[in-house]
Design a protein around this ligand. Sequence first.
Ligand code: NAD
Length: 366
Amino acid sequence: MKITFEKLKACAAEIFVKAGVPETEAQIVSEELATANLMGVDSHGVLRIPQYLEEMKIGQIRPGVSMEIVRETPVTAVLDCKQNFGQVGARRMVEIVAEKTKTCGMACAVSLNANHIGRLGSYVEALAERGFIAFGTVGVYAAGPMAPWGAMEPKLGTNPIAWAVPREGHKPLVMDCATTVVAEGKLRAYVQNGKHVPEGWIKDGYGNDTTDPLDFYKEPHGTIMPMGGKISGAKGSGLAIMADMFSVVLANDDYWSWEENGGVRYAENGVFLMAIDPEAFYGKDTYAKQCEIHAAFIKSAKPAEGVEEVLLPGEFEQKMAEKRLEDGIDLADSTWEGLIGIAQGYQCEWSKGLTVSGTGNQFVAY
Ligand code: NAD
């Protein structure tokens, strides 16, 4: 199924509005999800809509609540997102950090009670588009799906980390990845397409290697290997622990204690965002010049056999976005049919008269 970015965003927004989300928030969430699809990060695109609607129903996502800065200095802030959409909270954090960085040269913020923010890269990129060097981490609330290095029991989230830097005449460089070998959302895509995952991605709940993504989801839950895999997974596991330390721990949230005491999960992501103004060092122009020289140096490396071009962080997604803007987004039929079913339930204009074959995707809970 091919669909344009604008149409996908509009379809998503109408679903959210009909489900009771205020228009501005519906637009933010839809734009973030459709942009993820545009960039080829389908695991964090509109495939998340059933999840978010389910989370609204159980009161985990509370659209429309007003967020509040609960602690603040000239260079720091703690934003209580009060369980609004993660995307709405993270966009507010970008504004707060950018404003403070403009005046102070650098600043950072952490969130409390934020839901799933989608692509962490989106928010560091937004800071880089304002001319700042940016860094971010997410601590994913809930025990799993990564086992700490040396353990077989999941205790860590997929905890993404991301950096972005501004460039002159180009989109920012953006490095944005989970600290597991792969983001959990990518497993959902395999389940929905009925496919096996590559070797080395997951283990079942008994610590055995497997390529069947359903082994990961069924009880007892399996684990996703840390970044670095079987040989050097201590790195991914360590990075995930540090991502927790920079986000949920810095925000004084001890979700692990209420979870271990049988509490219910009420939010999904603890977010840390930081920005540095290169003007405070050798100036924006010098940074931009050096950045281009260094980027050209890296890209001049002789490509390995079968590789057309050495890519910088973020280039894969930028090229995909250019292609999908031109040709349309390739959306899995199962995802599209799932959306039609939901939209018809809410009597969305765009879904009227559309038929589905009955293979619409299911909400894959984790
Ligand atoms: P991934 O494995 O696709 O890695 C992406 C990174 O690798 C990007 O920076 C990309 O530019 C770079 N890259 C890809 N191909 C490249 C190439 N050929 N050469 C050079 N660099 C290349 O990403 P992932 O780990 O599966 O994560 C996907 C998304 O999931 C991210 O946006 C992440 O923020 C998001 N995520 C979110 C949460 C959450 O709870 N909010 C949790 C985990 C992951």
